[in-house]
Design a protein around this ligand. Structure first.
Ligand code: COI
Length: 351
């Protein structure tokens, strides 16, 4: 099925004002956005138009009851200048999984993909060519009924907007394991990419920053022992010759970069295990010398090496000279994204 979009273009692009060598993450936006409304059980008013403010009633249910979900994706370019998308269908599916959990309507996968391709093709001049930079794509959906009262909204907006970005982390990351506050419990909304999960990370992240750490590393909500993820990414450990990462238990975000890394590591012949991992086990591995690397993965973060992990009074300092696996992972995923490394799994699609 092909959808019809109304397209209105800007009179003058703001691209010449952007310095691709100096782009702070998430503050510079391209010229256009895609917008659709969910009314009477269907997606309508499909439109690409100049990016603008969205008038919103104070009773908007998203503000009060939190029906707000999003995706984070990236478009890159190859040496010939083609705009490339990375596994877009997985993002369409994950958005719809989040929608189901948050009692929101699904976006038909064909609509998601057509809107994405059309917008990214229109904005391809905004894709920075520098390795490690990309056009970050933010599809999101939120409730739009103006009603005070806890129920699912009847109407929604689905929007995609895009922004050129540099690296999310420019230095190895310092993590503080959080043993007071929790992000999610099994059965909650931890697996959904919903706004409140990120709001939950803000106070602990501020506390971590006061202690000189960049982000919080979450422990499970019941035992406060099992490692879940970081405020901005999934987490991997290299212990001996094994790569381990927490298994998806319903409370952890099903990260697309996480999934790709597991596939790439297996293909390369590394031993990769998804299983429950306790913080005590990692402290012990550090003490006995078997902990080699810690790194995070995410669309924004890509593959981010961790230099320090603090838990209670223990501070683990990683030897950055030993970051072989995370370096290989970073180079490989970036190489696939700009087609300097063969895309043997067929993850890349031209926009
Ligand atoms: C992403 O990695 O795309 C996210 O949504 C996480 C956020 C820290 C930007």
């Amino acid at each position: 099925m092909s959808y019809q979009f109304q397209v209105t273009k800007v009179n003058e692009t703001s691209l010449p004002k952007v310095d691709f060598n100096n782009i702070p993450f998430g503050k510079t936006f391209s010229d256009h956005m895609f917008v659709a409304d969910y009314i009477n059980g269907e997606w309508t008013n499909l439109e690409i138009k100049p990016i603008e403010l969205i008038p919103t009633h104070p009773g908007n249910m998203a503000w009060h009851y939190g029906q707000a979900i999003f995706e984070g994706m990236k478009a890159t370019r190859d040496a010939e200048g083609h705009a490339l998308l990375f596994r877009p269908e997985l993002h369409a599916k994950r958005l719809n999984n989040s929608a189901k959990r948050m009692s929101m309507p699904e976006v038909p996968e064909e609509l998601f993909l057509q809107a994405l391709h059309t917008l990214v093709d229109m904005e391809k001049a905004w894709i920075p060519p520098q390795t490690g930079s990309a056009l970050y794509i933010r599809p999101f959906m939120y409730a739009t009924d103006a009603t005070i009262g806890v129920k699912a909204s009847d109407t929604y907006k689905f929007i995609i907007f895009v922004m050129p970005v540099g690296p999310y982390y420019t230095n190895p990351v310092k993590l503080l394991a959080q043993d007071t506050y929790v992000r999610a419990v099994v059965g909650g909304v931890g697996e959904a990419k919903t706004a409140g999960n990120y709001a939950a990370s803000l106070l602990p992240a501020t506390m971590a920053r006061k202690e000189g750490y960049d982000q919080v590393m979450w422990l499970d909500g019941v035992h406060k022992k099992f490692i879940q993820e970081v405020g901005t990414m999934n987490i991997f450990f290299v212990v001996g010759d094994e790569i381990i990462t927490p298994n998806l238990d319903g409370a952890i975000l099903d990260g697309i970069t996480r999934k790709c890394m597991i596939e790439l590591f297996k293909d390369k012949g590394y031993k990769v295990t998804e299983r429950p991992i306790t913080i005590d086990e990692i402290v012990e591995a550090s003490k006995n010398g078997s902990l080699v690397e810690i790194f995070g993965t995410g669309t924004a973060a890509v593959v981010a090496p961790v230099s320090h992990l603090k838990y209670k009074d223990e501070i683990i300092e990683l030897d950055m000279a030993k970051r072989n696996i995370s370096k290989w992972a970073y180079d490989t995923i970036n190489g696939i994204r700009n087609r300097t490394i063969e895309d043997k799994f067929g993850w890349i699609v031209e926009a």
